[in-house]
Design a protein. Sequence first.
Lengths: 338, 553, 378
Amino acid sequence: MTTVLTPPAPVSGSGKAPRQLRPSREPSDRIFHGTVTGIGLFVLVIIASIGIFLGYQSIPTFRHYGLGFFTQTQWLPELDKIGIAAVLIGTVEVALVAMVVAFPLALMLALFITDYAPKVVKGWLISVVDLMAAVPSIIYGLWAVFLLQPHAIKLSRWLSQHLGWIPIFHVNTDPNAAVWQQSRYTSSVFIAGLAVSMMAIPLACAVMRAVFDQAPLGEREAAMALGGTRLGVARTVVLPFAKGSIIGGTMLALGRALGETAAVLIIISPAYEIKARILEAGTQTTSALIAANFGNATKSQLSALLTAGFVLFLITLIVNSVAAVVIRRSRSGAGTEI
Amino acid sequence: MRTPRRRFFGALGAAVVALLVLVAAAPDAGAADSHSLIQGSGSSWAENAVNQWVADVASEGIQVVYTPDGDAQGRQDFANRTSDFSVTADGYQGRDPVTGVSDTSNGRAYSYLPIAAGGTAFPYQIKFDGQQVENLRLSGETLAKIFTNQITNWNDPEITADNNGHALPSIPIVPVVQSEGSGATNQLTSYFAQEFPSIWKPFSGGVGNTEYFPRQGDQIAQNGSNAAMNYVSSSSANGSITYVEYSFALSVNYPVVKVLNSAGFYTLPTQFNVAVALEDAQINTDPNSPDYLLQNLTDVYTDPDPRTYPLSSYVYMIEPTGTYPNPESKITTAKRQSIADFEYYSICQGQKEIGPIGYSPLPVNLVEAGFGQIQRLQQADPGVDLTQRNILTCDNPTFVPGQPNANYLAQIAPQPPACDRTGTGPCAAGVTPNGVVVVTPDAGAPGSSSSASTGSAGSAAAATAVGGSSPAASARIAAALAAQSTSAAKANAVAAAAAAAPHPVPATLAAFSTSSSFAVAAPIVVVLLLLIFGLPLFFRYRRSRRPSIEVDP
Amino acid sequence: MATIQSLPTRPAEADLGPDDGGDRPVAPKPKVRKPRRTPNFTAEDWISLIGSVLSSLAFVTIVYEHILDGSGTIGFGLCWYAAFLVVYAAVVSVVHPRPIVLERLVASTLYLAAALVLFALGSTVFYIFAQGWRALVHVNFFTHDMSGVSPTAPLNQGGILHAIVGTVEEVGIAVAISVPLGIGTAVYLTEVGGRASSLVRTVVEAMTALPEILAGLFVYVLLIVEFGFSKSGMAVSVAMTITMIPIIARAGEVALRVVPSGLREASTALGATHWKTVWGVVLPSARAGLATATILAVARGIGETAIPLIVSGASSFLTFNPLNVPMNSLPLFIYTAYTTHEPLAITRAFGAASVLMVMVLLLFVAIRILVRQKGVRR
């Protein structure tokens, strides 16, 4: 950085302007600064141009399909009737189911690691949670299809049996039949949401745990001195302290859940309709849509796919930005780097 | 400071550099002699035949990568120049005047050549009382109503009428359709649009044939023929029915529907019945037309021969005929040679393999026309070597010497049994050619051996009646009969196995398998996991228990 | 001169005898004693916990058949948990006051939640290895590729060598491109700064939200369709770098910022140029954090399935050439083997998944080793 040294004000009466002092930089430093700045700007240009290219694709899309692109549910490339209404709803549904499952589990796991776990296992648990985050999503997809689904559809059936009067739990089949129709419960939003939650839990848990650890020790001890149990300490000190980061961590995990591809692609069976029944077979998400249709898309349909992806990217970006703002403004997040 | 860590990373860096040098110096994969790796994509309907050929030519040094992601994607990949060839049942449609969608090759020069024929079959799963139904018959109209959600239960009176009064129990129908741009969907919807427009058009919103099935209601969509077949054969899919090429059902020994033809018989999509049906296909014979060799199946649907299977069709390969290096800059001579050799193998020696797996070999005239299309590759690039291409070495079971337009399989195709006629049956125990076991729900073991020998004796008689005088012809007849009788023998074995055990539904890994290897693996895996995850815990626990407090006086 | 009252001195050692009278204190020998354990959870608490678990299990076993009609193990587990809460609350409230009851209930719930998540993860790992084991015992699985081998071929034919090589090569190239760029960006953001740095930081942070499939689609549309490059391993690497650079840049920036400024100032005070400071002091100090950032990005890149699905073909041939030829990789192999739905192909898919898991595990062990430098603990 160039520093300009301003000499003290001249003695009154001298009448001369102060001399600017600029230290000269080493040539190696100049090269270094230039290179590093160049790299930074290069990365900026590349990344920004990707974003601009993606956004630019919306122009031919809207010119071709108009605003009906957002209200059309079907995806029939041959008739050129395409739209992302059903796909966006499906994406949000899968992500919401994942977060409903992941949020309590991540919160409880984080609280467990910081307050309840025996000290000997704490570091090990942290490593295990990080490992869980690193497992590729296709492996969770295989696990969900082969191991989880046969058991989860029984839970789906139970939910639709007893809570089927709630519209989202209703399934278009008779759950009380002697031989119940298993195929109507497979490949649903619910199963996909469970698989995605496995990827969201470690992300949310890592953020929350890092912040729970930073809860001020003095306040913890004060709560304990006043006779609080571990639950009391958590309830009165840790959770209020980390409120912002809990929300922030959850939203980060939500951002990840929105963009999940591989696991969802394996699990769901594509159905292009707006459907609130999460236990029933058939749904479609944006990333699965792109993966399934990128090859048969004509030029304008490729632009449409890119626009759909760009909408997904914007949603994820908004979620992540709100998360960052919430974290930064919270008491706990002032010092954390998320 | 040359710490051990530095030395380690230094060695790692050197290894990476060495690897990069190796990469840079390595020869191109597949650049063995004059061949180069070629990529193709397209029909999943033809997937099993193409994969068979790909595996066969790999031993000759021709490397082919085939991605079966659907007809529409195959044509688009070819148009985008991201693939070297594609396989599709329908040609480029041009520009649709109604919707404005254009399906062209984007200016890339191409030719079609037919590579296989086959039938679109309807595998289904209907199980009750521990038995699986295996002799279901349906008319085209019933099928249209099933796939348009007008018939929703297997006990519907129309299905009962098709099965001559034999009613099925009340099981909901789950139609499984293909979600990608699929040639099988195109075959199905063409048939429906042509034969039953009053049923199909209202469902599809006025659209005739399409590659994208307009899934509605309780229909399940699956991506590709493999996924659809796997769905129907999975343990939780009772009541489901789908449409895939016959080889998918045959490879897992799954029952398929017998479809009613115009003569009033219910038939299976065997290689014989498909050959009979396709004698009525109209092939474009104008070499100057861009649709040269493409098919018109209108007459196939209504073929009056009692052995016809209505949903029979050809599938084509699209080859690039532009010149190198301009405009086909990526199709080098080596690649063109690979394409030519692969095509030659496919339509020549490869044809005798696809019959037993569920397709039907091409007749001679189409093979000869295909040779002409391969010639175009040499016209585009004289470096392509097409010597030693002799149609007589193809050993194609459809060849009849002296009659290039005849299909031997169609000639020897056995007549359907009388119990397959409308108003009679359905057929009880018995074996059909190509070895599919037929069992009624309430029959016991299939009594197959007698009818099998009757079947092969009958066709032997028919063969000698047709008469091949030359030794080559009789050798071919013997080969065809051998194929038939081995399939009959195989069918006997299948029947015996089916009698001994419940019908082998392809197992999915839905739960932990209980085979013995698993019993060996499980404790090893458990011990490994315990070691990996438990040892650090154990050591940390030890460390925390060490006494460390000294009490001072 | 005033006499200073002398304080009583300790008796000289020689004066002390082993049993010298009785009124002189004997210095006790320093003893090493185990610290006294003061458990929160007494034996009585253990008994009440185990008793509640067993009794609720027994209760639900009897009642489950009648009320809920065999809705599977998950339903059973839920009912067991509900019954356990009720029983345990009742048992604990006999002895302890209400805050303790709540505390115990919540503690048991937390233990259960942790056990559930660990069980899910453990079942994933276990299932992958258990299903892939049959493929892993064949040596040809690691030394052959799948050329000429159909998906239905038995497990002693064919292998995933081409997928392993593909993954290593694609990730290697991606790392070779993205690490210099990412760390360079991180250095730019922390060391050089300037007016553009906040813009760069915002854009880089925004790009971490990019879904991987969009990176793949971008490369497909631009490089493959527009510019006519062929589907290859290089395209996969380029798309991977797009997703990896923001991760390395952000985590690297954090790692560099944590380096104490005192080190930087000391280096400058000793006369080093900025370049020498960064290269010789800052980067080595942040080595662990930078390595962690890299390995996090690599772990992300290794597992990406959507990118190779779009920009590379699932080739069955072994190739080292990243440029013109489609290159298979482990996630893509797993996906395409799964979609054939052949049982043997699915076993191979699980075998490849096991190999992938081992790779990720090794990466994480590498993180642990690298982070633990010079006694710095996590």
